[in-house]
Design a protein around this ligand. Structure first.
Ligand SMILES: [Zn+2]
Length: 447
């Protein structure tokens, strides 16, 4: 399919989406009006999608479109979210965050990358295919969530609906990875990073109590001592480093794009997993986060006066759980490492890591082929994502759940997500539309 089969005006359509401030964190104050406006805008911008696909709302914030295919059964679910995070200091932005300014082939504003850009290219692809009377080989669902950024329940409700209707998707594709130029610090290559899993997250609170009293004659072990000792023990006993098969595949792919000693190092990391896991763990930061469950002490509390022993002291741990661990196993290990009956460990909230979707199946190959069509010469590389997406809810009903928005994002652009000066190029939008169009056209029939 050539790009002439794409309708003009994709940048303008995204610009108008950006101009509707669908900030889910502010919905209590603003009410649902921006969300209704956004729905109305979609109706106006995508007449064929609304005419040809069956539409229903799931909760107040989820928009579900069903596109019947030639064969029935396990559909493709293509998803994105249309809510955005707040903008912070508007004056810090080069272009007003809700201006949707189009300047020199770039669309500016909150949501251009996360995730209205994906909403736009997905709907454009569907509209363009419908304009030619295209019928997909199997059912396609388009799912647009309106409260992903506020950890809302729309996606969960959609999954419940699928379960109730006994619909088991063949593939689910949500936001997550992108086409990047530096997939990991120090590794420069163009790559389409496809999230095959996401780490879990847990908040743990450690609490110790002791007799309050004057600080001039402290007992052997105060509440603050216990917490400090617990934190120290956790620090010197990090979670074991493990190299999942998908991470090996990722480093092998990176080695193909690296040169010199970096290439050599990446090859060793991929070839000798136990050694690779140790090397990465010792590097700290992003590299270590790939191979282990990480623990960050984010809040320390205790005491109110300089000369009074506190009655209670506590530490809050932000834990990012690697696939294979769970909140339960994390709490168990933390208790064992701390080894102090005087410190209680409570899991305040948690979301377990997702299972790992395969990267050697038909679904992954389909994504990779659509990437090649839209971004010639760009390899698709699997990775485990650090942040949470709505896609995690879909793992329960689909073993082939992937996270990738088909847009180019430089390092600077990635920083602008949830930051300032978020922007997307029109070239990326055109390629993204082409990605989805190819993907939908390549879906195999169910039988
Ligand atoms: Zn997002």
């Amino acid at each position: 399919m050539s790009t002439t089969e794409a309708r003009d005006g994709i940048a303008e359509r995204l610009s108008r989406m950006v101009q509707v401030p669908t900030v889910s964190a502010h919905v209590e104050q603003t009410g649902a009006a921006p969300f209704h406006d956004f729905e109305a805008l979609l109706l106006e911008s995508y007449p064929l999608v609304h005419e040809s696909l069956q539409f229903e709302k799931v909760t107040d914030f989820g928009l579900l479109f069903h596109w019947p295919g030639r064969t029935t059964g396990s559909p493709a679910v293509l998803m994105a979210h249309y809510d955005v995070v707040p903008v912070g200091d508007e004056d810090a932005w080069t272009h007003r965050p809700f201006s949707g300014d189009i300047v020199d082939g770039t669309v500016w504003g909150r949501g251009t990358l996360d995730d209205k850009g994906a909403v736009c290219v997905l709907l454009d692809a569907a509209e363009n295919l419908l304009a030619r009377g295209y019928v997909p080989e199997r059912d396609v669902y388009l799912w647009l969530g309106g409260n992903e950024e506020s950890y809302g329940t729309a996606a969960k409700a959609a999954v419940a609906l699928f379960v109730q209707r006994d619909i088991r998707p063949w593939i689910v594709l949500d936001e997550g990875g992108a086409v990047v130029d530096e997939p990991l610090a120090g590794i420069r290559m163009d790559a389409a990073m496809i999230g095959v899993a996401e780490k879990g997250i847990a908040t743990l609170r450690l609490t110790a109590t002791s007799q309050p009293g004057h600080a001039s004659a402290p007992p052997k072990l105060t509440a603050t001592d216990r917490i400090a000792r617990a934190v120290g023990r956790l620090r010197s006993n990090p979670f074991p480093a493990r190299m999942p098969a998908v991470a090996r595949d990722m480093f092998r792919a990176f080695s193909g794009g690296a040169t010199g000693s970096m290439r050599y190092l990446l090859r060793i990391i991929a070839a000798v997993p136990w050694l690779g896991a140790r090397v990465l763990a010792s590097m700290g930061g992003e590299a270590a986060a790939v191979v282990r469950t990480t623990v960050a002490v984010t809040i320390l509390e205790g005491g109110t006066a300089a000369n009074v022993l506190p009655e209670e002291a506590s530490a809050v741990l932000n834990v990012r759980i690697a696939p294979g661990d769970s909140a339960v196993s994390v709490a168990r290990r933390v208790r064992r490492i701390i080894h102090d009956a005087g410190v209680t460990v409570r899991v305040e909230d948690h979301s377990d890591p997702s299972p790992i979707s395969p990267n050697d199946n038909e679904q992954f190959a389909l994504i990779a082929a659509a990437v090649t069509d839209a971004y010639p010469g760009t390899p698709s590389i699997p990775y485990i994502q650090m942040s949470a997406t709505d896609g995690r809810h879909f793992h329960a009903i689909c073993a082939a759940t992937y996270r990738f928005a088909p847009l180019t994002m430089t390092g600077k652009q990635r920083e602008s997500i949830h930051g300032i000066d978020e922007h997307v190029t029109v070239d990326a939008l055109q390629r993204g539309e082409r990605f989805y169009r190819t993907l939908i056209r390549s879906l195999p029939p169910t039988v």
